[in-house]
Ligand binder design. Structure first.
Ligand SMILES: Nc1ncnc2c1ncn2[C@@H]1O[C@H](COP(=O)(O)OP(=O)(O)O)[C@@H](O)[C@H]1O
Ligand SMILES: Cc1ncsc1CCOP(=O)(O)O
Ligand SMILES: [Mg+2]
Length: 285
């Protein structure tokens, strides 16, 4: 991919203490401002995505038809785009919403689900990157597929890679696109192409609930909506907050079904002390 001069180094929190304060500050802003988030997401994820956003106080709207986008997209505080159940009929709506977001300087966040699974999907994702998403969040295999612009080495929506396997791919993707790039997994990695942080929250069982990846990308959109000048910090904070909710939810969960419910309850009830106690964000380089 061609390099871009779009990326500028954002001053970020340094210590774990500063990070946990930042995460609480941004979550509180979401609760106060209730940003409107347009979600063009896959059919599997709509329920969990909307409930995740509602649990933190944001306002989700799954408005996805091409006919409505010119009126609606200019009103939103952030756009969230997810290609999980992509089709040739949905793609024009996605492209038009992303274009409008760019025109109106509305932050938009991209989830390239299963990016390397087909030529059609990969091409659509690469074209969307040209529309300058503010943040791209994927699993290891998705970020590697985008960075190499190649299919294969993926298992549909699930990853064949650890997040750390995708570190160099994430950095080069961030440099090429100007986006903040996040890779989730056991450690969530965030980079702007120069700085790299690791968010070490979450539990493995979250992989056993469909659409947790989609939902954390939507959460990133809500965090960026209230702090649009600091997408790097907003992304790290959202990942940590979602992971903490997973850890707290797991304490009383019997399996993926109850974790799904507990995750939403924990997100809703998060307080400053829990974030301070559990947030594990550190500068990796
Ligand atoms: N092994 C793990 N340990 C802790 N948290 C994890 C683990 N794997 C995934 N997660 C968390 O689950 C959520 C979804 O991530 P992931 O499964 O990588 O996304 P996707 O569904 O797009 O593949 C993220 O919040 C991530 O931090
Ligand atoms: C299973 C599936 N198939 C197409 S989209 C989707 C949901 C994927 O959600 P996530 O990437 O958050 O696990
Ligand atoms: Mg998943």
């Amino acid at each position: 991919m061609e390099s871009s001069s779009h990326s500028s180094k954002e001053e970020i929190a340094k210590t774990e203490e500063e990070w946990s304060k930042k995460a609480w500050e941004i979550l509180s802003k979401v609760r106060e401002n209730s940003p409107l988030i347009q979600c063009i997401t896959n059919l599997v994820s709509m329920d969990l995505v909307a409930n995740t956003l509602l649990a933190v106080g944001a306002s989700p709207a799954m408005i996805i038809s091409s006919q409505e986008i010119p009126d609606f997209t200019p009103q939103v505080n952030a756009l969230y785009v997810n290609v999980g159940t992509l089709s040739s009929s949905l793609l024009p709506a996605i492209n038009s919403a992303a274009q409008i977001a760019g025109k109106f300087r509305i932050p938009w966040v991209f989830d390239p689900v299963a990016a390397g699974s087909s030529g059609f999907r990969l091409r659509a994702c690469l074209d969307l990157l040209l529309l300058k998403p503010t943040v791209v969040r994927g699993n290891g295999s998705e970020i590697i597929a985008l960075s190499r612009a190649s299919c294969g080495t993926t298992k549909g929506a699930d990853s064949l890679h650890e997040s750390k396997d995708a570190l160099e791919a994430a950095k080069s993707l961030a440099q090429a696109t100007g986006a903040v790039v996040a890779v989730t997994g056991a450690v969530d990695i965030v980079t702007d192409g120069k700085q790299v942080i690791g968010a070490h929250n979450g539990v493995q069982m979250m992989q056993k609930i469909t659409a947790t990846g989609c939902s954390v990308t939507a959460l990133i959109a809500a965090f960026v909506a209230v702090d649009p000048s600091h997408p790097f910090e907003a992304t790290a904070a959202a990942l940590s907050v979602f992971g903490i909710a997973g850890e707290l939810g797991m304490q009383a969960a019997k399996g993926p079904g109850s974790l799904r419910v507990n995750l939403i309850d924990s997100l809703y009830g998060l307080d400053q002390a829990s974030i301070h106690h559990h947030a594990k964000i550190s500068l990796l380089s």
